[in-house]
Design a protein around this ligand. Structure first.
Ligand code: G6D
Length: 353
């Protein structure tokens, strides 16, 4: 187990530190205290080639722009909030409008643009970093002073666990997630179209033309959203289903998970053999196939492009403040918000079932 800290630069006079931690099997993770952004996860393919499996900028300054949330923790509320407003305890709150008059991914200065306090740690069987941030009352329009802690922990079972905890001095909505784009080909040798995705989910949320949930929970049976037996991303994104077409010929949808910590989400790249298992205590996962990755930005040394990475954003359901039949996203004053998502990295041997 090893951890190395390196100051990359400063923002507003505050150091931006990169934490690189490695387990005894050579799995390596790099993240920075700006937005808790994961900039590298290095894992082996079936031939023992260690390569980066996440999309990242080559220069830090790109993370200061309005970018597609590469690798970042998202908050206070991941996803969209209709009309950038909600009512809570009889009061109406207005949030920053950053997309079509709606609020997306925490607004202009969401958690992905915050400078967090980092503290690396290395124990016998685990290594990682804890990030902390206090979101002041009124930030982006949200009520309450919110203390947030995000901990990345890597162990020798090749598991990277993300633990989220938050407390607030006022009732406030909280939905945290990580927006890493995975590409298991390694060093972005190809796009994700041949990746196979399996999700234990019977229902997904219908989205409207602004990508907001309509409130309808649709049965996946007989649709491209039925991933219970696994599908290639290509098969899904090339479907003519209206929901696939309406988000730009891809997935950008919340799936309700049938089960938790039960290998409920499995992504496999048959070419490299790399397998990512995602397990969570969250009610859902937003699957985003990079439909809008802009070619103007360069990631991993090359122009970005559609379907270059896939996000598996485990989280509460988007716009839950406006849908009483969704699990609540309200953190009550003085209570503890906690959430865990675990990524397990494996190699699928050729011919293995
Ligand atoms: C687009 O609709 C998608 C979001 O789900 C995604 O998080 C963002 O791009 C990066 O807005």
């Amino acid at each position: 187990m090893k951890i190395v800290q390196e100051q990359w630069t400063e923002v507003d006079g505050r150091p931006i530190i990169a934490y690189t931690f490695t387990n005894d099997n050579g799995i390596e993770v790099t993240c920075i205290n700006y937005g808790c952004i994961i900039t590298k996860i290095v894992t082996p393919d079936r031939h023992g080639n260690y390569e980066n499996i996440v999309l990242a900028f080559d220069d830090f300054s790109s993370y200061l722009t309005n970018h597609p949330y590469l690798g970042a923790v998202i908050g206070r509320v991941a996803g969209r909030i209709k009309n950038a407003s909600f009512e809570l305890n009889g009061k109406t709150y207005t949030l920053y409008k950053n997309e079509n008059g709606n609020h997306l991914h925490g607004g202009k200065k969401g958690f992905h643009h915050a400078i967090w306090q980092g503290a690396g740690f290395s124990r016998k069987d685990e290594v990682g970093v804890q990030f902390s941030y206090t979101s002041p009352d009124g930030e982006e329009g949200y009520p309450g002073n919110v203390d947030v802690h995000v901990t990345y922990t890597l162990n020798n079972q090749n598991e990277l666990t993300i633990s989220y905890r938050a407390t607030s001095d006022k009732d406030t909505p909280i939905t945290l997630t990580n927006h890493t784009y995975f590409n298991l080909s390694g060093n972005v040798k190809s796009d994700i179209l041949q990746h196979q995705l399996k999700i234990k989910s019977d229902r997904f949320l219908e989205l409207d033309h602004e990508f907001l949930p309509t409130g309808a929970l649709l049965d996946v049976t007989g649709t491209p959203f039925d991933l219970r037996e696994g599908k290639t991303i290509k098969e899904g994104v090339e479907a003519t289903h209206p929901q696939i077409v309406s988000v730009g010929q891809g997935y950008d949808h919340p799936f309700l998970l049938n089960t938790h910590h039960d290998e409920e989400i499995v992504l496999l790249d048959p070419e490299s053999g790399r397998t990512l298992i995602v397990e969570t205590d969250e009610p859902g996962v937003v699957v985003y196939t990079g439909n809008q990755l802009p070619s103007e930005i360069k990631v991993n040394g090359a122009p970005a492009r559609k379907y270059l990475g896939i996000c598996l954003e485990t989280q509460a359901l988007p716009d839950a403040v406006h849908h009483s039949h969704f699990p609540s996203c309200i953190l009550r004053a003085g209570e503890m918000y906690s959430s865990v998502t675990k990524y397990t990295f494996r190699v699928h041997e050729e011919g293995e079932r």
